[in-house]
Design a protein around this ligand. Structure first.
Ligand SMILES: [Zn+2]
Length: 172
């Protein structure tokens, strides 16, 4: 079962758009993230691209905040969940900008997880910048189906201050 970790953000939505023919399943995790609104966006993306199985897994609050968005071993946990739910291949949206801020998005980390789980891990955006991902999302016309900001403001506006907003504004 080729399984995408689908957050509701631009990166994994782009993988859904570009690899939907290969994907059998998507997993979205609700873990007390301050931008839990992203789970609804993930649902829309899975529906749009007709990914056959979309599982939403609810975990306890993992303590993420807009100011401190790193959650220890988050990707390891999510990839292990995918394996336990039957994944034979795992796709995730790690990219060039993520690698700077999140150790569990770096290629050497993903290789270790791949060895540990015995499941191929595919990160097709690994060398893409946020700017390149933005352009690709625009070309698929999916930007308004995604949510990235960690700190949604009233009326569903991005905060333009958190790490996700800053990464997208920097476009690198
Ligand atoms: Zn923000």
């Amino acid at each position: 079962m080729r399984t995408l970790l689908l957050s509701g953000g631009r990166d994994s939505a782009l993988i859904a758009a570009e690899h939907c023919d290969e994907l059998d399943a998507a997993i979205t995790v609700s873990y007390g993230q301050p931008h839990k609104i992203e789970v609804d966006f993930a649902r829309r993306v899975a529906e749009k691209y007709r990914i056959p199985h979309h599982v939403i897994v609810s975990l306890p609050d993992l303590g993420m905040t807009p100011e401190d968005p790193e959650v220890g071993a988050r990707n390891l946990l999510f990839m292990a969940l995918a394996k336990s739910l039957g994944a034979t291949e795992i796709y995730l949206g790690a990219n060039a900008a993520d690698q700077r801020d999140f150790p569990d998005c770096r290629p050497e980390y993903l290789e270790k997880v791949q060895d540990l789980l015995g499941v191929p891990v595919k990160a097709p955006l690994l060398s893409m910048t946020k700017g390149e991902i933005l352009d690709a999302c625009l070309s698929h016309d999916i930007l308004d189906m995604t949510w990235s900001c960690y700190d949604p403001q009233e009326g569903l506006e991005p905060c333009y201050k958190c790490g996700a907003c800053r990464a997208e504004a920097a476009n690198d």
